[in-house]
Design a binder for this molecule. Structure first.
Ligand code: ACO
Length: 324
């Protein structure tokens, strides 16, 4: 049928930052963070745990799980908005670290929806080039893009990476369909500046540096409605009932968004994979990390129908269906 996942991998940095640790640096409390977001801990990169290093380790684990060697990979896509350099891409660093000499490599930035968008691009590549193998990675170190004095945002995010190896198979499994959206008119509700301009004519006087700025309540409202709409439309088009879904892996933004989405959809809570309490919001990495955990926990069996969905800056959002 199409592009199938051969294996998954993930990598989380060693350092755990608890809500109690945050109480010592900003005016907040464990109770406030847990009740508003469901997050208890998040992982924060230390030295040697740059985005591409987390991505490399996640990729190595996915390659081992897939029994595929690095030189068999034809394409590497990394979804990220927090690479340690703008150029070369994070994907080129990963290609070099892996020694994946036969692969071409590039990054995708669709904020928290990056992995979903990369999955769509990867699937279309594999359907056109049926003898190829690809590596899709979501990797972030948002700790390097967070204003640690802004309690509205710094409590939400964490670092990590997840990866999948995929190839085309002429059988019943693989990506069934995706339904992706963007609305650039809403960018001001969630955004991050670049480095300051060296061209005075292009200076942005209000550029406070490359960190996340957000209207939390607005993001919340749009996120729930947008993901619900994308999922319903996708299922309708495929003539699939929600009850046919075996597992749903949403972008792990925060527990209140997820609870609201689950109750509006009416999907059985047991079928929804949630790990936001441990890792916070790891942006483009959250879905492939969750996918790897779900896979290793045996939550995905052959022929299971998997629904993934996401929402992020842009705004960007969407949903995909995969037959495992
Ligand atoms: N600790 C204690 N108090 C805080 C904190 C904090 N960390 N942050 C904000 N507050 C205060 C505010 O200052 C405000 O105080 P005031 O009433 O005296 O002004 C009060 O708490 C309420 O603030 P709100 O922003 O209205 O709080 P809300 O209930 O909306 O929760 C939150 C904020 C958690 C950010 C929520 O809006 C949310 O979940 N939004 C979604 C944002 C999100 O997930 N973004 C991730 C990126 S996009 C994505 O991945 C989908």
């Amino acid at each position: 049928m199409g592009a199938v996942v051969l294996g998954t991998g993930s990598c989380l940095p060693g350092k755990v930052l608890t809500n109690h640790d945050l109480e010592k640096i900003i005016d907040t409390s464990d109770e406030w963070i847990r009740s508003r977001t469901g997050i208890s801990t998040r992982r924060i990169s230390g030295k040697g745990e740059e985005t591409y290093k987390l991505a490399e380790t996640a990729a190595r684990r996915a390659l081992v799980a897939s029994q595929v060697s690095a030189d068999e990979i034809d394409l590497i896509i990394v979804a990220t908005m927090s690479s340690h350099m703008i150029m070369p891409s994070c994907a080129c660093f990963v290609q070099n670290e892996l020694g994946a000499a036969n692969a071409f490599a590039y990054d995708i930035n669709a904020a928290c929806s990056g992995f979903l968008f990369a999955l769509d691009s990867g699937e279309k590549y594999l359907c056109a080039e049926r003898d190829k193998k690809i590596l899709l990675i979501g990797a972030e170190t948002l700790s390097s893009r967070t204003d640690w004095k802004d309690r509205n945002t710094c409590i939400l995010f964490g670092d990590g990476a997840g990866a999948v190896v995929m190839e085309y198979r002429d059988d019943n499994c693989g990506v069934v369909a995706s339904n992706l959206f963007s609305d650039g008119s809403l960018w001001k509700l969630l955004y991050m500046h670049n480095a300051p301009s060296y061209n005075p004519d292009l200076e942005q006087p209000d550029n406070p540096g490359a960190h996340i700025l957000m209207e939390g309540r607005e993001v919340f409202k749009y996120a729930v409605k947008a993901m619900e709409g994308a999922i319903r439309e996708l299922l309708d088009r495929q003539n699939i009932e929600l009850s046919a879904i075996d597992l749903m892996i949403p972008h792990q933004a925060n527990i209140r968004i997820l609870n609201k989405l689950v109750s509006r959809l009416g999907i059985d809570q047991e079928k929804v994979f949630i790990n936001v309490q441990k890792y916070g919001n790891t942006s483009a990495a959250s879905i492939p990390i969750a996918l790897d955990e779900a896979n290793r926990e045996g939550r995905l069996k052959r022929d299971n129908l998997l629904l993934i969905c996401s929402f992020g800056g842009g705004f960007t959002w969407g949903a995909s269906l995969l037959r495992w």
